[in-house]
Design a protein. Sequence first.
Length: 529
Amino acid sequence: MTQPLLQIQELSVAFRQGPLTRQVVDRVSLSLNAGETLALVGESGSGKSVTALSVLRLLPSPPVVYPHGDILFQGQSLLHADQAALRRVRGDDIAMIFQEPMSSLNPLHNVEKQLLEVLILHRGLRGAEARAEVLASLERVGIRQAKSRLGDFPHQLSGGERQRVMIAMALLTRPKLLIADEPTTALDVTVQAQILGLLDELRRELGMALLFITHNLNIVRRLADNVVVMQAGKCVEDSPCATLFSAPRHAYTRQLLAAEPGGEPLPISPQAPVLLRVNGLGVDFTVQRGLFRRSVAQKSAVRQVSFSLRRGESLGLVGESGSGKSTTALAILRLLKSAGEIWFDGLALHTFNRCQMLPVRRRIQVVFQDPNSALNPRLTVAQIVEEGLRVHHRYTPQEQEQRVITALEEVGLDPATRNRYPDEFSGGQRQRIAIARALILQPDLVILDEPTSSLDRSVQAQILQLLKSLQEKHQLTYLFISHDLQVVRAMCHQVMVLREGEVVEQGECGQVFDSPTADYTRQLMQSAG
């Protein structure tokens, strides 16, 4: 038998803090052959990323210690290698793509400089030869008009483009092993499909091995040869991909498979009145250039969007990044200047000025995609949740505290934790805090902007069930922005498909999903797999 390219043998990883040691990975074993794809799956906190980062010894030591096991690459121990040996392996033989390219790319350097740096450090290339290699790598990963994008900075690229630049950077060194840590989590389904296809194509072309870390089982089904399932730091299942989906052995694996979004939206009363009506909504942005920021053009972000929503109803807005989903929501909130009509419970919001909008804002609340950035880390949970009450209502401190307790109980959080800070909670708990902050004002309409995209499937299922139960209890109306079509189908009565600011298809959710009429909608469905 040929020797595996990567072998992790009974690996344990622990964090040491003073006299205490907390073990986060417990005797994990796996092997990966050249040219193969191994998926490492499990919920947040299961030890996936810690295991992957240990391969390149990227975790700080101390406090990280390795009490047991070894990591072999081409038969050589990485766990006991000196720093010089590790530097030769890092980048040259093993490369890594991280989950969030905005935090991995240097915001102060343009694309060309960051890619050239890799070639100078790892392959000793400079000048015209290095620039030609950079262009070729960007074209290979599908960056359009690559030559004109060399001077762009990370913030000038879309999410998919930034991830493609990260892949190009990783592949410049022609590694034997590529570790990809959740590289497609926040991407649209079409971009996600392109990135996955690209990784698989490059794996075959270069003959490299791919260690793919994810909590998305659709990706695993599409990409992996073998799968390792982790739970609470332990490997609970290791099997070929087809076997895992057809005959999972471990109860936790079956639980993960059962957590895929499903079910139907809640029934609506035929007598439910219309809460929100939008007619001919349009949003234009002024393009400014030059030192004095002169206006040189008008760019249309949203054109002629119309729909109506009844009380207790949910509308799913779907489409790629830049399609106008979030712009539509911001226009409805009157946070962007727009054309057209916005009627909310009989009120002509399109005619309202800032002062007139203040009493309406209590009735329209927003839950954002990333609770990490949406919650103030310097405030306690109680201070975060009660913030809206201090703005819109006048209650005594005792009444305010009681309302916070009630809101936390409604979203399934222990009120005794209300004096803790956001970083003391898991991702799912933080999203519950964000929902409690919105609900404490007893709104009629809640705008949900990708509220579950960064969550594990099992946590996602809990949040979706929570949103349904709250909708039923309070007759909430949801405007649900998402690129996850399974989630939209499970939650929404209507769906609207946007592309480049225009509505390409809209209607009853089941009808659009089962019999799409637009080519673009069919493309989205195929990409979602």
